[in-house]
Design a protein around this ligand. Structure first.
Ligand SMILES: [Zn+2]
Length: 378
């Protein structure tokens, strides 16, 4: 990447793209091992590749408190969610090795501090609920009792679930620069893309140079559509309906928190690190059940001055096919009533797919429906 081309892209959060990849220390086997949960492993991966810039490790107490209380890092840079490593006991040495459940080692953490945290307070502040039925809160409640903080050096990268979609922020930035894109809109998704979201991404694309379709491939809740099925849906949709020289699809390795508004901010900041200047925020972004108000994930952006986040949120209403307009539209742009709109509830769509029925073309592309029906048959 020449500075001339990359200079046109948005700067990473905090100004510098973090790279915490490094050499495997000779003594790593002799260090005390800490086993990470799948969420913590996903965070580790994103610290390593700079997706969580400016973070260089798992948060210490001051940073954690500042983020939980005021959605800012101690230097006042916006940051919406804790990125922490939970442990049962204090390690004995000043460095620990970070492992997955199988005992495979990925990184070394320089121990800075061990601190206690209040799970209910974290839940209340970050998730706006202490309800253990909330999937993100349940993950916090299942964590170990203390947080272990420190800078990490990752010497072995985790095997990506979809190698052909695995791109670090430096790589997506290089592709954007190569294609001459300056203004790039990021689209976060954990669902198959039906016509409504296809419409949002294309409306957004009309105003910028390129579109990053950035499906989350880390942990999701059990009743979400499995990632490999979604990825096949994205492939088929892109092949048939998107201009491939204006769109890049790439995996976002994060675990889903379902923290609604705060996660919308966090998602936007991460995409800024991947080189996106704009970010699509729909209604109830990263929400679950009825824990969040319809517009909470959009309104939370007003808590920051625009220059603070730098990345520009693009807010959207629900969209649908309107038979009177004869096009996709939204409640913002269509004056007609509910009776003119092709609307199917999530439950109805699942019932149709499970029965092998293809939903109307105004709701989903037949190629996407085909993949989903096939998945339901298995
Ligand atoms: Zn209409």
């Amino acid at each position: 990447m020449s500075p001339e081309t990359t200079g046109k892209l948005i700067k990473p959060h905090g100004g510098v793209l973090v790279d915490r990849c490094g050499e495997r220390p000779a003594d790593v086997e002799s260090l005390e091992h800490v086993t990470l949960s799948s969420k913590e492993l996903a965070d580790l991966e994103m610290i390593a590749n700079g997706a969580l810039s400016p973070l260089e490790g798992f948060m210490g107490r001051e940073t954690y408190e500042s983020v939980v209380e005021s959605m800012r890092l101690p230097d006042s840079l916006p940051w919406a969610l804790p990125v922490c490593l939970s442990v049962d006991t204090a390690p004995s040495g000043d460095r620990v090795a970070l492992a997955d459940e199988s005992g495979r080692l990925f990184a070394v953490l320089e121990v800075e501090e061990l601190f206690d945290y209040d799970k209910e307070r974290e839940a209340e502040r970050c998730f706006r609920t202490t309800d253990a039925a909330h999937p993100g809160v349940a993950v916090v409640y299942a964590q170990r009792a203390h947080y272990l903080a420190g800078r990490v050096t990752v010497f072995e990268r985790q095997a990506p679930p979809f190698p052909e979609l695995a791109r670090d922020p430096a790589e997506t930035r290089a592709i954007f620069a190569e294609r001459g894109w300056k203004r790039v809109v990021g689209f976060q998704t954990r669902n198959p893309i039906h016509r409504a979201h296809e419409y949002l991404t294309k409306v957004a694309l009309e105003t910028v140079d390129g579109l990053l379709i950035h499906p989350l491939v880390g942990d999701t809740k059990a009743d979400d559509v499995p990632t490999e099925v979604r990825v096949e849906c994205y492939r088929r949709l892109l092949e048939g309906y998107y201009p491939l020289d204006r769109v890049l699809i790439s995996a976002f390795p994060a675990a889903m928190r379902y923290a609604g508004p705060r996660e919308a901010i966090w998602h936007a900041i991460c995409r800024k690190n991947y080189g996106c200047s704009h970010f699509i925020v729909g209604r109830d972004h990263a929400g679950v059940g009825d824990y969040y108000g319809t517009y909470d994930a959009q309104l939370i952006f007003d808590e920051f001055a625009p220059h603070e986040l730098d990345i520009e949120p693009m807010m959207f209403e629900h969209s649908f096919w309107c038979t009177k307009c004869g096009s996709m539209a939204s409640t913002k742009s269509c004056p007609h009533g509910a009776e003119d709109r092709v609307f199917l509830s999530g439950t109805k769509v699942r019932e149709m797919l499970a029965a092998g029925d293809v939903p109307p073309v105004e709701f989903t592309r037949p190629e996407v429906a085909e993949v989903l029906i096939e998945a339901y048959r298995r």
